[in-house]
Design a protein around this ligand. Structure first.
Ligand code: HEC
Length: 124
């Protein structure tokens, strides 16, 4: 019985570890490039040469993987600072005048945020 409880504790520890390592950089690149999903290129440049008309309201994402860890990138995308024009991609509350079909839903899923962070980490 004591052993079982110890295992339960170990499993709980694993469950508490963030899933940052599970992102897929190929899917992440597609999300960043897609103007209906991530819309990152509205404001940022990124080394995605097939996409023309990239934005310059935010910093160039080239090299962002050497400035931040994957986890920092995840946080940055999920919870943009309140005073930034960049959307908080995982926040779904605290907004005003949200259309009914978007109410209570974040822009991206947690898996998509992991994928984008995994892609950005490759931009060294
Ligand atoms: C509406 C404009 C806008 C959109 C859309 C946007 N961003 Fe940003 N982003 C910014 C701005 C502006 C900054 C600069 C700092 C700030 O104001 O928050 C920034 C900062 C960042 C940073 C920190 C960069 C650094 O060098 O410090 C990362 C990483 C980032 N954005 C990633 C993304 C990703 C990935 C997406 C798409 C999923 C995205 N952004 C969509 C405007 C945007």
């Amino acid at each position: 019985m004591r052993d079982l409880r110890a295992w339960g504790f170990v499993l709980a520890l694993f469950a508490a570890v963030p899933a940052a390592a599970e992102g897929d950089p190929v899917r992440g690149r597609a999300i960043v490039a897609n103007r209906q999903v991530g819309l990152c290129l509205l404001c940022h440049r990124a080394p995605i040469p097939e996409e023309r008309f990239q934005g310059d309201l935010g910093p160039d994402l080239a090299g962002v993987g050497s400035r931040y860890t994957t986890d920092m990138l995840r946080q940055r995308i999920a919870q943009s600072p309140r005073d930034s024009i960049m959307p908080a991609y995982l926040r779904s509350d605290g907004f005003e005048r949200v259309g009914a079909q978007w109410r209570g839903r974040p822009i991206l899923t947690p898996q998509q945020v992991d994928d984008v962070a995994a892609y950005l980490s490759t931009l060294k």
